[in-house]
Design a protein around this ligand. Structure first.
Ligand SMILES: [Zn+2]
Length: 243
């Protein structure tokens, strides 16, 4: 039952990133995670979005990487990054990786995406960090481990959040230097939602800095007001019983 549920969630998230044009061709993948069973469902590798079905979502144990027999296809080549993030960031239930144009431009520039306005502040409690470049060792991985590079991509993300004392539930996205964004959420649909917002605010920030290159981040007061009214214990935005 749970397997089917995460397969459907992952399937819908993958369709959505294609529909939203966050992922061209097969340049993206989404996964859904069920913390209770420790299972995740992820896009199969190299399969066009139009050919996906829920049953084609590859189901595996996050801890061991062991693939369940229900799956016949190879999982996304970015699987090891998804597994590393689920293990390190408790509370997240969905991850989206795309090469969406504007967010990827910031990742390629190697620059944090600053919080220049309240659209950003409603979703991300400060700058979306860009990781440092990966080292030669991290890129090559170990010879005994064919997905060492993808695992190390997860490690560099995790290290960036720990060293900079960033709460992954308050900043549910990262720019991987020279690569592209990874975005997460409490579930796969939430991760897609955050990926759409990230792409939009990346474009807004680019336009803002084009108009006025010296624009600085909004004040802590404005950031607090916008983020905390939607998130956290004092949240009051939206309808009381809305989920
Ligand atoms: Zn990528």
């Amino acid at each position: 039952m749970q397997i089917n549920k995460i397969q459907i969630e992952a399937f819908e998230a993958n369709l959505e990133i294609a529909r939203e044009k966050l992922a061209l061709l097969t340049w993206g993948n989404a996964s859904a995670y069920d913390a209770a069973s420790g299972l995740m469902a992820i896009k199969p590798s190299g399969v066009a979005y139009a050919d996906l079905t829920p049953e084609k979502m590859v189901v595996m144990h996050v801890a061991s990487g062991e693939i369940l027999p229900v799956s016949e296809l190879k999982p996304s080549s970015d699987t090891a990054t998804h597994r590393a993030l689920y293990r390190a960031f408790p509370g997240i239930g969905g991850i989206v990786h795309t090469h969406s144009h504007r967010a990827t431009a910031w990742a390629q520039a190697g620059v944090d995406l600053p919080c220049l306005g309240t659209t950003h502040a409603d979703y991300f409690y400060g700058s979306v960090p860009c990781t440092p470049p990966m080292t030669e060792e991290e890129i090559h991985g170990s010879t005994s481990n064919t997905d060492g590079y993808e695992h190390n991509t997860g490690e560099v993300i995790i290290r960036t959040f720990r060293e900079r004392n960033i709460d992954p539930l308050q900043i549910p996205a990262v720019l991987v230097h020279g690569h592209a964004p990874f975005v997460w959420g409490i579930d796969a649909a939430g991760a897609v939602h955050n990926a759409i917002v990230l792409e939009e605010i990346a474009g807004m920030a680019l336009a803002t800095l084009t108009i006025h290159a010296q624009t600085t981040a909004i004040s802590q007061h404005l950031l607090d007001r916008h983020f905390l009214r939607k998130h956290g214990s004092g949240a009051y935005y939206g309808q009381k019983n809305a989920s």
